[in-house]
Design a binder for this molecule. Sequence first.
Ligand code: UTP
Length: 302
Amino acid sequence: MIKKVRKAIFPVGGLGTRFLPATKAMPKEMLPIVDKPLIQYAVEEALVAGIEELIFVTGRGKSAIEDHFDRSFELEEALRIRGVKVDHITLGVPRLSPGSIAYTRQQEPLGLGHAVWCARHLIKDEPFAVLLADDFIHGKKPCLQQMVEAYEECGGIMMAVMNVDRAHVSRYGIVDIACENNPLVTIRGVVEKPHPDRAPSTLAIIGRYILNAKVFEYLERQEQGAGGEIQLTDALGHLVSQEPFYGFRFEGKRYDCGAKAGLLIASLAVALSREDLSCELMPELQSLLANSDVMQKVIKRA
Ligand code: UTP
């Protein structure tokens, strides 16, 4: 019988160096898309997909994430004094039931695989999801919900996948495709950050996974991979021959919010999709683009 996916890991222990100086004293995962932090989008996605237990793998300087999902008595009181009705709707943050959220610490940012392994005692022996908050996916049905629905039919190991330019494959984990049955892709191999000439395909793994506790056996070995980091993809590579192993072509647009341009583009896309912002934003954007100096500079750089 296929067990329900009840738990999710949110690895948030990375240093976020690509966003310095913004991330010097603030977690990258608290960077907002418009007015909501990246990590909150990921938590809401997990809740919609039926996740009951949320496990954050944090590190130094990440306490703002814990505070964000906690009560804020000073703020609530200040709002009350101003006559504002205080509930999770005015505050805009989902109220998580007591005990449904746990934090464990990755003492050193040794890589994504290591971060996931740090949560092994909280997962025990059941399937679990992993969500990377900096992979923001905008669409009608949240990506993890699409994946959970597929998982309930076929089980196994599953990861979100999408096609990328061959020139960019060295930024991703890339899958070796055995066969396709849209939206599922049966995978026979995975490789982290391959050289474009050696990549088995251009189908990249995106930051949504449904895994099981077997992966911990391989992460336990603490083997360093690409970039000297303990890579989740490498541990998954060992499971390919042991488990049904699927890529899932999700519906929705993915933005790489671990990079500056990705976060900016996602912010614009979300803002333009919102009634409260699009009317004000659109003419400003048009005038920015019509400004010949700005356009000339962009054209020259391109
Ligand atoms: P990234 O590699 O994109 O994050 O990891 P990073 O290392 O923080 O970013 P840069 O490259 O220095 O800017 C994707 C996700 O995995 C987490 C990160 O926090 C991020 O959410 N992660 C990464 C960990 O939890 N631990 C690690 O050791 C590495």
